[in-house]
Design a protein around this ligand. Sequence first.
Ligand code: NAD
Length: 485
Amino acid sequence: MASASSKIDTYQNFIGNQWVSSSDGSTFADEDPSLRGSTLALFPSSTVQDIAKAIDVADAAFKSWKRTAVEERQRHATRFLDLLEGATDALASIVARENGKTVREARAEIHSALSEGRHHVAQVSRFYGQSLPAGTQGCIGWEQFHPLGVVAIISPWNFPMNVMCRKALPALLTGNTIVFKPATFTPWSGVTMAKLFESAGFPEGVFNCVAGLGSTIGNALVDDPRVKAISFTGSTYVGKKIHERAAKNLTRTQLELGGKNALIIMPDADLTAAVNAAITAGFACAGQWCTSTSRVLVHRDVHREVCDRLAARCEQMRVGDPEDEKTDMGPVAGTDQFTSISKAIETGLSEGARMLTGGPGKGDLERGYFIRPTVFDNVVPDHTIFREEIFGPVLAVIPAKDFDDALRIANGTEFGLTGAVYSKNPQKIARAAEEFHVDNLYLNRKCTGAMVGAHPFGGFNMSGTASQAGRQDYLLMFLQGQATA
Ligand code: NAD
């Protein structure tokens, strides 16, 4: 898998159960976000020829994998999950080093991949089909589900192990084969997952991993008519581009995109719990979580108190080495992230919002891409930091006149991913369940990720298409229905 060249390892693609370099031998460096300029390892900067080769072998492998008994596919998936579970600590350390999230957060990511994966292994038998009255006497009909073929998985760097598992296991369990493109910031996590698929004994060509730039190999993957479905998680900008390109071949897409998630705090709420929720949902994984809270809408009667408490909590947070168990927040994922979050902070200041605490790390923190937990007050809906996803550790606090005002402001973005409401009033809670336009709503609970087993996840509007009927179920997404009489 890796060969040592001087002190830095060079990793390869996994195509047709072989570890191979890119066709032109080029590589790119995976930078350590905790230490600017230092390289963790080198990865293939793959070409369109590499993608074509991976699709060739995945297409060839589909012919026999689709006929493999479901029980056999479940056995392979279970072996993979057992290996993942056994290696949790070592894998968490890779995620922490490469992505910058803390090792505790990385372990939680792997635990969630395990629980979702085991859920999918158990659920795949729901799709054996059923018999039906065919409408004519003496005639029985039946419905059955067929796999689609080659599935492209394009994943982001923020949950490099969990997001790919959430897509790959359902696709494989339903009889599809895979070409997986890990994110450019996290190829190490991607290649490590490919190694686990190899060790789990999946047949040749069933799972393939090709690293490289989205703009080069991502397009080649999306444009190939042999790719029958694209499961993408990433930014709204790239998701829209993929959607447009995929339309040329009418390729099925599952798009899980950005968010600008709001947490509403009413004066009757348990304020300690509400502030805890804003801190944990706002700053977990340094705010680089699609479901993170990024806007805090506070009733004006408790606005001052909530701002003071948020700022005080942020100042107590330990920012530093992600591999240290005591660290609360590691660096952001890399140089591009650092630049775009720093720019968003500057824009917030120049447009008149007030920074209560935070900003880019100073002193010792300048060694890596560290941003301190940041809270802005005096934010209004015209501000860019109110509207646009920052994808970093930045909370925007907005005062609201009353509950109606808070709901209106919360719904006032182009996104619709997650939301949370803190109030002890049952009428307000019931109204939020009806009128808060998000697909995952948390009532007196902090925003977290997907609920295992719940169909809706992936957002309304510019947050994606994954909550739409037919795409909401990770297993059904990769199946084609057929009725026969
Ligand atoms: P990104 O869109 O920049 O990249 C995502 C993936 O797409 C990467 O693998 C990238 O290499 C690839 N890519 C880039 N250009 C491409 C192209 N032209 N064709 C095909 N692939 C291409 O996103 P990111 O920065 O990796 O991740 C952060 C974003 O992901 C945030 O917006 C976040 O909200 C979103 N996200 C959403 C969810 C969800 O479930 N809704 C979950 C996690 C992250």
